[in-house]
Design a protein around this ligand. Structure first.
Ligand code: 5GP
Length: 204
């Protein structure tokens, strides 16, 4: 029997990966949500970024970040091996282009936990990337969460809040938003966005 085009398209789509960009102001629960997504979705992989900042708390090299010196980071910029990079809170952060390409070729759902500057660069280079913005329920709640975390000094919290305002102002440039009131609802919404993308027929 003849095979309608749609079945060929479905086969092709199943082999293709999805590039997921997840951004949020710090304290919105993005890191937790990204970790949950990767552990709960079989085909999801986390893209470990490069950064010139120092490790914090229990962060592990190669798991949370590849921690490099500023000199090494600049070398990577010059070698043009990064899909995107930006300076955030005074340090360099960037995504390995090679890892993303390799994972997409394996049909994975690649999760990038990056800032808005990086998100915009990815969208320009890879228009089919799906950009999701995680929003805290309110700015007051964000401030409360940042204080509770006790990871940063009061000065750092103020700096992060200031940064949060400009990040949130850019949220409308994203494809989707998720309001993180309850973790379990937010993760369910994230998964449904991925599912919708998997079922989408018209991709730019
Ligand atoms: P933190 O230092 O709190 O781990 O991250 C600070 C900010 O840098 C967060 O908004 C995080 O999403 C962003 N970030 C982490 N990795 C990357 C990256 O590879 N590229 C860009 N552009 N931002 C990143």
């Amino acid at each position: 029997m003849r095979k309608p085009e749609i079945y060929k398209l479905i086969e092709k789509k199943e082999k293709e990966g999805i590039l997921l960009v997840i951004s949020a102001p710090s304290g919105a629960g993005k890191t937790t949500l990204c970790k949950m997504l990767v552990s709960e979705m079989e085909k999801a992989v986390f893209s470990v970024s490069l950064t010139s900042r120092k490790p914090r708390g229990a962060e592990k090299r190669g798991v949370d970040y590849e921690f490099v010196t500023e000199k090494e980071f600049k070398k990577r910029i010059n070698e043009k091996t990064l899909l995107e990079w930006a300076r955030v809170h005074g340090a360099y952060y960037g995504t390995s282009g090679e890892f993303v390409k390799r994972s997409l070729n394996k049909g994975k759902c690649v999760v990038l936990d990056i800032d808005v500057q990086g998100g915009m660069q990815v969208k320009r280079k890879i228009p089919e990337a799906v950009l999701i913005f995680i929003l805290p329920p309110s700015m007051e709640e964000l401030k409360r969460r940042l204080r509770k975390r006790r990871q940063n000094s009061e000065e750092e919290i103020e700096k992060r809040l200031e940064n949060a305002y400009s990040e949130v102002e850019a949220a409308h440039k994203y494809d989707y938003y998720v309001l993180n009131r309850e973790l379990k609802d937010a993760i369910a919404e994230l998964k449904s966005i991925v599912k919708a993308q998997e079922r989408k027929l018209k991709i730019p």
